[in-house]
Design a protein around this ligand. Structure first.
Ligand code: AKG
Length: 285
């Protein structure tokens, strides 16, 4: 992230980053994402259920090491978390230098990955708008003497072109700084100030979790498939629905494949680091 990009990220709460992935990365990630969808749908009936946060019930696949929720149906979304364990094709996104150049200017202290999901958004589906305005300390956006100091940012990677009618990722620019609660609507498409961000294959969107965001209605007949990776200070721990506020769920064989730099992005927080982080969080609550 250069200074001009940092200015835009601070002003808007997001950045559209063109061609962050090479075409070879898009091709191999697309195959892995398609294979994972097929596996998750085929195995859903026999996977054990666990009730988790926000009333969502997730399924666990012990062999491939992922958690999933949702189904393939009109207006539905299938979300697969912890996809790192399922296929080594995803390793390229761990310590992905072009990505880390952006993350290091948005998050301070020791950075870890805290969220991983593939989203399969079937025709008719939307993602209700959430966040924006005064949402509390956990996901807050802030700036201090060292620069931008986000609690959580996400990078969304696009593997195919997405226009507004394909269910574009959408934002209300600037709401990461708003002192007022945004006026909610049933559909993200109807929220005041909401805009869809149109992208091409290989593009990515970085945003602060404090920003009001969602996904426009998918009015096409194509499933929208995206990869989402969250980052934050190490003490934030997992922000996946299936393992909320616990350590990240990485199988030993996944960690064994990684370089030291990749493993460091999943290194669990130690007690002292956690206590210091909570202190910082409480100081701004
Ligand atoms: O891509 C979408 O439809 C919304 C994604 C979202 O809400 C998120 O990544 O936090």
């Amino acid at each position: 992230m250069d200074d001009a990009e940092r200015f835009d990220f601070d002003r808007q709460g997001y950045l559209v980053i063109r061609n962050l992935l090479s075409s070879a990365e898009v091709a191999s990630l697309t195959s892995a994402v398609d294979a994972l969808e097929e596996h998750a749908l085929a195995h859903a009936p026999v996977q054990p259920r666990q009730a988790i946060v926000w009333g969502l019930v997730t399924r666990h696949d012990a062999q491939k090491g992922y958690h999933s929720q949702g189904e393939q149906a009109p207006r539905s979304t299938l979300v697969v978390e912890d996809f790192w364990n399922a296929d080594d094709a995803f390793d390229v996104l761990v310590d992905h230098e072009p990505t880390m150049r952006f993350i290091r200017r948005a998050v301070q202290g020791r950075i870890t990955i805290n969220n991983s999901e593939v989203r399969y958004r079937y025709p008719g589906n939307c993602t209700q708008a959430h966040m924006g305005g005064p949402i509390g300390a956990k996901y807050r956006y802030a700036v201090n003497a060292q620069g931008i100091d986000c609690m959580m940012v996400r990078m969304v990677y696009f593997l195919h072109d997405v226009r507004c009618r394909d269910g574009a990722f959408s934002v209300v620019p600037g709401t990461h700084k708003s002192p007022f609660t945004p006026p909610a609507r049933e559909l993200p498409d109807d929220e005041p100030g909401m805009i869809g961000l149109e992208v091409g294959a290989g593009d990515a969107i970085l945003f602060t979790e404090n920003l009001r965001h969602g996904g426009l209605v998918n009015r096409s007949d194509r499933t929208r498939k995206t990869l989402h990776v969250g980052y934050g200070p190490s003490w934030l721990m997992s922000q996946n629905c299936s393992t909320m506020d616990q350590p990240q769920y990485l199988l030993p064989e996944t960690l064994a494949r990684y370089s030291d730099a990749q493993r460091a992005l999943f290194q669990p927080v130690c007690e002292a680091e956690y206590a210091k982080g909570r202190e910082r969080l409480e100081a701004v609550s």
